[in-house]
Write a new protein. Sequence first.
Length: 469
Amino acid sequence: MAAVLGSSMADTPPGWRNIKWHSEQRRVAMWDITYHCNLACNHCYNEEYRGNHADEFLPQGRSVEVVDGLAEDGFDEVNLLGGEPLSVPHVPRILQRGRKVGINVSITTNGLLLKEQLAERFADLGFSRIAFSLAGLHEDTNAAVRGRGVLERVLRNVRSFADLLARRGVPNETSINLSMTSLNQDELSGLYAFCCEWGLSAASVHLTQPMGAAGDRLDLIEADPRGVMDAYEAAIQTWGPGVALTLDTRPPAAHFLAYKFGLRQPLFRADCPGGDQTVCVQPDGSRAACRLQTMRKARLATPRTDPCDGSLSSFVRWKSGVQKPMFCEGCRFIDVCAPCPLVARDERPPECTVASERSEAYTGVLLDEPLHKVEAVAIVQSDDGRPALALEGKRQRLSESGLRTWRAIDEGITPRQLVAQLLPGESNGTHVRDMIEFVQALRRAGLVRLSGDKQAQLPIRCVLVCCAR
């Protein structure tokens, strides 16, 4: 069977080996532009900086210099964070400078300070890349973290800004960042409807990192991994067009979700990007490879072994020599994944175990799922003379064995029946896995579908937001 299917989709490796950085080759700077904040969320990673000098931020001239420096160093994007970035009065000037030097600027805010005057300035600039941070889609769940009445006030500003953008003809790129907690994981099935109701173009769901105030609220942030996976599945099942969804996952979980729902997304490399792909910029303009380096209240490995001089280059050199944990040995994703080298761990991340269990269980389901070819697919000859499948201007080359398999796919046939038909009497675990990989490659390419594959065409992606959790 390996000979039949092992190279059946030529030049397209199995999905989980299709490695890409989770930053998609972009270099991203996360700038805590100020530690000042008008809220006191009980899971805030910057909670320990609320004391002395929390209200300080760089003057406008120095802020522009920071943007220029990031552009000179090849960064593609800077995300303004905090604290509350909208409390810094010259944020619009930073946006203008970023546009001039070719850096995409985005803002992550609690949304309370997006009042009419500031919203008008953003609209004047044609800017709407604003992510609103929420801790729940309903008052009770959001209030448990951010305070009573906050959700209503934020959503009022979200609505007003969306209406303003529509009147001005400015594309709406607003989104929400939802911090998943043990309180709100049951709300994800309503996330798509929520985004549509409030005019949001995207949603990102991430698991809270055990740092800052969250380090003292593990009961809040450590949602049950099976419940998290249930929530992610519910979100995908209820998703629709027009809104992009990003789910915070490790490679085993991303692979399972793409596997089950036929998601057409690039899978990714998930080891530490700190110091080269990403940097953290502090309010004074200094850089760190990772926010964890500057924090006291974090579950860090003991003893601390990261570079003592604090430079980005030394951090990059150091992390490349850190050995992967013993509990990762034997994992099929070990070449593309590594837990954060700064965080203390003594076992495999539970979500990896849950995802592996569900992936194995779903294989049995998928084997008996009827396959449906996309009618518009044509068999053509590629430039090198090999057969290829053509769809909407795109071509997917096949080996001769892959072509035989493709021709054997009759309407409604199952993968299990395909194995029995192509290799009668020789069906074993390896052959079944090869067939599953082949079917998955066809699904990702949009060449075949299962009955429930409407999610495959939707803007859903699973990536690792931060390796520190």
